[in-house]
Design a protein around this ligand. Structure first.
Ligand code: SF4
Length: 178
């Protein structure tokens, strides 16, 4: 039997860059460099659903954490993570090691070490767009979806570490940072 007995949970766009907000994407489809070591060791991959695409589709604008942090959206996050949680509980009970959950730093939803804030609000004209962009900043906090994933894992009694890769910024390495 060749099973490795271990899995890594990854946010959707680590395996499919096409779900990202245009024009983000520093890899074409799968972030192979970040996963290479895990794949060589035979670690299985579990792909999380993308909370933004399943809520707003591909014609969404880039938004900040404050905009997504709303009860209805949080319910949506819980709903889409529930089947994955059931899957992870089943694997855990069968003795499978869950190596960790990998998010996307800087994302309002999948950030782990950092997320983005700075919502300004109101109608957008060119002056407001400039002031909105000037307000955007990263802070050290989980994104909305990852915070819910962590909360639901903890409630189920699963101790799982969280790491992330980075789409933009100075720490743009190819490795998962735990
Ligand atoms: S919400 Fe998460 S999975 Fe979806 S595009 Fe953003 S970082 Fe990727």
């Amino acid at each position: 039997m060749k099973r490795s007995g271990s899995v890594l949970v990854v946010c959707h766009c680590v395996l499919n860059a096409n779900t990202k907000i245009y024009p983000l994407a520093r890899y074409a489809g799968v972030f192979i460099e970040a996963l290479e070591d895990y794949l060589k060791r035979g670690v299985g991959l579990i792909q999380l659903p993308c909370p933004e695409v399943t809520y707003l589709g591909m014609y969404r604008w880039g938004m900040t954490r404050e905009q997504y942090d709303h009860p209805r959206f949080r319910r949506h996050c819980r709903e889409i993570f529930e089947p994955i949680l059931d899957h992870l509980v089943a694997l855990d009970r069968a003795g499978c090691d869950i190596e960790g959950v990998v998010g996307m730093d800087g994302s309002p939803n999948c950030g782990v070490h950092t997320t983005c804030v700075g919502f300004t609000g109101g109608e957008l004209d060119h002056r407001r767009v400039r002031s909105c962009l000037g307000n955007l900043r990263k802070i050290e906090r989980f994104g909305v979806f990852m915070a819910i994933v962590r909360e639901m894992l903890m409630q189920t009694g699963l101790q799982v570490r969280f790491g992330a890769v980075e789409e933009q910024g100075d720490n743009k390495g190819n490795e998962i940072t735990w």
